[in-house]
Design a protein around this ligand. Structure first.
Ligand code: ATR
Length: 283
């Protein structure tokens, strides 16, 4: 019987069961983590049935990350600011919503030895994932944030929103994902984070920017985790930059989920190994 579950659609390639079950097993916990492919019109009935079910925690993925919010009595402040949750806790009939994608971005960078304080950061993308990453990095004391997006107005809108919600003194700017402005931003950047799906299986030959813009001294993190080494990361490594794979963010968002669900310090190495093993079998 599954007491933890991931919901989303489609779900065929979710890595969450492999990661969490490996952790539960390593810790000798009696829990089981399952998966339920759930279409949009099935969400309402599923969530309403949660309090009376045996399920204690839900990992939420596309397309439900925003749709779950109205059902949650408690919403962590970060969830409110980002407008999306990837984790639900079911306790005494009450649903609480959390976002562990946001802390995972900071953790993956810090655990790789990257200093966030005072860093100049360029984020590619302006969707939901970008919002979570940007919001958290602005709280980690970075010096500047440049959002580069294919559709420039979306980047400008996200930059405006962030300036309003974070009220920090960091400079937040928006640029198009091409041309002179992108080159200039990358020439002085310390950290580059790709939050788009460009480079994801099966379009593994794609990269969000030309290899010539990468250089040593830059830290490049990708949130794409299939393949574990995207074209962007390979070209970053070849340019002498430090490359942090999306598998790190995937693992740390799961570590944070187990802290919320069970109050435990999850075994990072076990979870990372389980993820890489599952990815090895993935198409
Ligand atoms: P998510 O919630 O996963 O971030 P999203 O809200 O659909 O998903 O956002 C996807 C992001 O990837 C957007 O920034 C999108 O750029 P646009 O705003 O221009 O659509 C970006 N993206 C997707 N495919 C892309 C591509 N081929 N090249 C560049 N950017 C791309």
């Amino acid at each position: 019987m599954n007491d933890y579950i991931v919901i989303g659609y489609p779900l065929a390639h979710s890595m969450s069961p492999a990661i969490h079950n490996a952790s539960f097993e390593a810790l000798g916990l009696p829990h089981r983590f399952g998966a339920r492919a759930l279409q949009r019109d099935e969400l309402d009935a599923f969530i309403k049935a949660l309090p009376a079910s045996q399920i204690r925690g839900v990992a939420v993925t596309i397309p439900h990350k925003t749709a779950v919010l109205p059902y949650c009595e408690v919403r962590e402040s970060e969830v409110e600011a980002i407008g999306a949750a990837n984790t639900l806790l079911v306790r005494e009939g009450i649903l609480s919503a959390f976002n562990t994608d946001a802390p995972a971005a900071g953790l993956a960078l810090r655990e790789a030895g990257v200093t966030l304080h005072g860093a100049r950061v360029v984020v590619i993308g302006a969707g939901g994932a970008a919002r979570a990453v940007c919001y958290r990095l602005l709280h980690e004391g970075i010096a500047s944030l440049t959002i580069a997006n294919r559709t420039f107005p979306r980047a400008a809108r996200l930059a405006d929103d962030l300036r309003r919600t974070v009220r920090s003194r960091e400079t937040v700017s928006a640029i198009p994902l091409a041309g002179e402005e992108l080159s200039r931003a990358l020439a002085v950047a310390d950290i580059l984070v790709n939050t788009t799906s460009v480079g994801m299986h099966p379009r593994e030959d794609a990269s969000p920017l030309p290899a010539g813009m990468l250089r040593s001294g830059l830290v490049v993190m990708d949130i794409v985790y299939n393949p574990a080494e995207t074209r962007l990361l390979r070209e970053a490594r070849e340019a002498g930059a430090k490359a942090i794979p999306g598998t790190e963010m995937m693992v740390y968002q799961a570590v944070e989920q187990e802290r919320i669900w069970l109050g435990i310090e999850a075994p990072v190495d076990v979870m990372r190994k389980a993820l890489l093993r599952a990815l090895g079998k993935a198409p």
